[in-house]
Design a protein around this ligand. Structure first.
Ligand SMILES: NC(=O)CC[C@H](N)C(=O)O
Length: 340
């Protein structure tokens, strides 16, 4: 196993642009044991002041991009955040970018940035499960570790990373799997990118698929994203919601299918009708892991469907929105899903 390596001591210290968006890492409770709290109530400056150790490893340049619970993250904030990260990465003085973010939709933002940013410099998303005012808040160590990862030369060229609970995850792989526990983040298909222990890190492998500087997607000319909905399959799924999505102008649908991306006969017929009206339909899985392959239980070739491959529904939605800015051809869309 490779030896864990601490961030090399550099003089002057590397500069890191910290883009703050809110979340529990900046959340405040009424008392340190109360269960309710307000995500994003703290400004990032409060967090930094409470953690003087950060100044030992980097010079921080702080930008408050948003102050929200990540349940309110949307395409507009993504495009703004990506533009700010892009500007930071274009500066020769900036070694890396850290984004503080709520954990609920962190995996979606991370994957979006992984597809759209064109730099090999480290970009690290970090959050917390306990508010900043809680007993044993996890945010300070997560932030310290994120900064260590963002300044380490080994982190270059690995795509966007997520740091939490002493673990490093690839943006494409990471999933929030538990409502409250500190170990909520998992990478069920391909495993961890690496570990980070009090700022010392080691990586286990290279990121899967194309990302960042190897991605064909870019921010150039991108001002909005096509409308894509996720519909959750279940026993007894009927067709009304699929039809409603098509009638209200969806460009694409992701079905969070049962098993290997399956759905009821009624839903299948509605999805086939959607394709005939030019709507892209991606079959993903609600199971939380594994692969959705083409033409196993459902004839994708005949219906014009796209198999999500390894992407969960929320990441399939991110990729489909970007892919639809390039093509509406189901065969080309399928190639994109096999590439990213
Ligand atoms: N642990 C968290 O960060 C969740 C808080 C909030 N719902 C958010 O995603 O921002």
């Amino acid at each position: 196993m490779p030896r864990a390596s601490a961030t090399p001591f550099l003089n002057p210290l590397p500069r890191v642009r910290l883009l703050a968006t809110g979340g529990t890492i900046a959340g405040a409770q009424l008392t340190t044991t109360s269960r309710g709290y307000q995500a994003g109530a703290f400004s990032i400056d409060n967090l930094i002041t409470a953690l003087p150790q950060l100044a030992d490893i980097a010079q921080l340049e702080i930008e408050q991009v948003a102050r929200l619970g990540s349940q309110d993250m949307d395409e507009t904030v993504w495009l703004n955040l990506a533009a700010r990260a892009d500007t930071a990465l274009a500066s020769a003085e900036v070694a890396g970018v850290v984004v503080t973010h709520g954990t609920d939709t962190m995996e979606e933002t991370a994957y979006f940035l992984n597809l759209i940013l064109a730099s090999d410099q480290p970009v690290v998303l970090v959050g917390a499960m306990r508010p900043a005012t809680a007993i044993s808040a996890d945010g300070p160590m997560n932030l310290y570790n994120a900064l260590a990862v963002a300044t380490h030369p080994d982190s270059r060229g690995r795509g966007v990373l997520v740091v939490a609970n002493d673990e490093i995850h690839f943006a494409r792989e990471v999933v929030k799997t538990n409502t409250t526990q500190l170990g909520t983040f998992k990478s069920p298909n391909r495993g961890l990118a690496g570990l980070v222990n009090a700022g010392r890190l080691h990586f286990f492998g290279a990121p899967p698929r194309r990302h960042t500087s190897g991605s064909a997607f870019s921010l150039d000319g991108l001002t909005a994203l096509p409308r894509v909905h996720i519909l959750y399959a279940h026993a007894g799924l009927t067709r009304e919601l699929i039809d409603a999505a098509v009638q209200t102008g969806a460009a694409g649908l992701v079905i969070a299918g049962v098993g290997d991306g399956n759905m009821s006969s009624a839903a299948l017929a509605a999805c086939a009708d959607a394709v005939s009206r030019g709507v892209a339909v991606v079959r993903s899985s609600r199971t939380g892991g594994g692969v959705v392959e083409r033409n196993i239980e459902i004839d994708d070739d005949r219906h014009g469907f796209i198999a999500a491959d390894e992407l969960n529904p929320q990441k399939a939605r991110v990729l489909l929105m970007l892919a639809l800015t390039r093509t509406r051809d189901p065969r080309e869309l399928q190639e994109i899903f096999f590439t990213y």
